[in-house]
Design a binder for this molecule. Structure first.
Ligand code: ATP
Ligand code: MG
Length: 433
């Protein structure tokens, strides 16, 4: 990796082959090793470490004393000559001739960046900037970036158009979840729980296949390891397709994300047992899930949603990714397409053995039926006029899904807590930093 904005070299851009070259490095003082007439500063940059060797005899008294005084985690820029050194990281060391201390770090550090002393998640989140300096956390967010790039490329390569829809919305919502109210000039408004209604309206625009990667806001007072109050959703909506088409798109996207992350060099310092899941994923119906629960000794009344405990039992019994299809309409949103002559809807959840990753469905595209479905949920069609209008002037059949970025990253890497997958989590207690 090379930063193209400066002549500064990354630790990994250099090697024993650069012996005798004069270079410029910069980074944080990761460790100091003092051996009397000789000491090492281990300088950390994003890509790795450089050993800077200060011999009193060779660097001169002034530079020697300057280097020795620098507190750990201070930011420095160092110029010097590369020397091949088999015992140093990457097989070379830097013999300094110039040192600039760009920022002196306070002495009592909130975290140990070497990872030798572990810290509670709360402590890490309070000092997140510092937590990202540790090897494991850095890799989590490098992988998150790679994951988002992979998703974008995957969808754009398949003809999708990236969209951005408003996060500030008026009172009308799809129901089912609590919203955060905000003051919008003289009116009340809300932070959007999902781009659902907007992405569907864009199916009536003729863009055909749209996606958005953006925050969703849920005002539920969860205190779990899988819920955030601000999450990031990958939302997809496609015209002229069936639910099965978008399920295949979803499973191949998930497998592709795993395959891309498999080649990430730092993966081992985050996830030890990493495997790309085989596709296609199993499909079971809602009724079969209830039977499976019964076989495991747990009753679930027909028409009830699965609790976290149910999800765990199913996940343990199935042991791999799976889809649950054919849901009772009563527990799916109004925009899910009913299956004729049943009380089921053409909806699905994509499950990881640990938790739900995604929900999607065939959508109702008939104006009349959609109005009925809204009413059947006890909602007022008038407050959905902006949305319903898009169904009155030519709306193709369509299907889509929403996939949580943090849940995907959490399950791909085997992270214990969804908060680990987001830089600055928002939860019931946490609003800072
Ligand atoms: P759950 O039942 O697990 O709370 P949900 O069914 O309420 O999830 P959906 O409304 O179906 O969630 O949202 C689609 C996807 O967005 C979810 O499958 C999940 O990946 C992600 N998601 C939704 N709510 C949250 C949240 N509070 N925190 C993190 N991710 C979320
Ligand atoms: Mg869901």
């Amino acid at each position: 990796m090379k930063l193209s904005v400066t002549d500064r070299k990354y630790s990994t851009e250099l090697s024993a082959a650069n012996d005798s070259e004069r270079v410029n490095i910069a980074g944080w003082v990761h460790e100091k090793r003092d051996l009397g007439g000789l000491f090492f500063l281990i300088i950390r940059d994003r890509e790795g470490y450089v050993q800077v060797t200060f011999h009193k005899r060779t660097v001169g008294k002034e530079l020697f004393e300057q280097g020795r005084k620098i507190p750990r985690e201070s930011v420095v820029s160092i110029k010097g000559i590369i020397r091949a050194e088999p015992k140093a990281p990457n097989g070379y060391e830097l013999i300094p001739d110039h040192l600039d201390v760009l920022s002196v770090a306070s002495q009592i550090l909130p975290l140990d960046t070497t990872g030798k002393v572990g810290a509670e998640l709360d402590t890490r989140l309070d000092a997140r900037f510092m937590d990202v300096r540790t090897e494991r956390t850095k890799h989590i967010f490098m992988i998150r970036s790679r994951m988002l790039k992979t998703v974008r490329n995957f969808l754009i390569d398949r003809g999708f158009v990236e969209i951005n829809t408003p996060k500030i919305v008026s009172a009308a919502t799809e129901g089912g979840t609590a919203l955060f109210p905000i003051t919008y000039f003289e009116r009340e408004a809300f932070l959007n729980q999902s781009p659902q209604l907007y992405k569907q309206m864009l199916i009536a625009s003729g863009l055909d296949a749209v996606f958005e990667i953006a925050p969703i806001f849920r005002a539920e007072e969860h205190d779990t390891t899988k819920h955030l109050n601000e999450a990031t959703s990958i939302d997809v909506e496609v015209a002229f397709v069936t639910m099965e088409d978008v399920m295949q798109l979803l499973e191949s996207l998930v497998a592709h994300v795993y395959a891309e992350i498999a080649s990430y060099p730092g993966l081992k310092s985050v996830a030890l047992d990493f495997e790309v899941p085989p596709t296609p994923f199993r499909r079971i119906t809602y009724d079969q899930a209830i039977e499976l629960l019964a076989a495991e000794g747990t009753e679930l009344e027909w028409g009830e949603d699965f609790s976290t405990a149910h999800e765990h039992i199913l996940g343990k019994a199935i042991g791999e990714h799976y889809f649950i299809i054919d849901w009772p309409c009563t527990i799916k949103p109004f925009y899910a397409q009913p299956i004729d002559g049943t009380d089921l809807c053409d909806a699905f959840d994509l499950m990881h053995p640990r938790l739900e990753l995604s929900s999607g469905s065939q959508r109702v595209h008939s104006y009349e039926l959609l109005k009925e479905r809204i009413e059947s949920k006890g909602l007022a069609p008038e407050s959905f006029e902006f949305y319903l209008n898009a169904f009155r002037f030519g709306m193709p059949p369509h299907a889509g899904w929403g996939l949580g970025v943090e849940r995907l990253l959490m399950t791909v890497l085997g992270l214990e807590n969804v908060r680990e997958a987001v830089l600055f989590p928002r939860d019931r207690r946490r609003l800072v930093p």
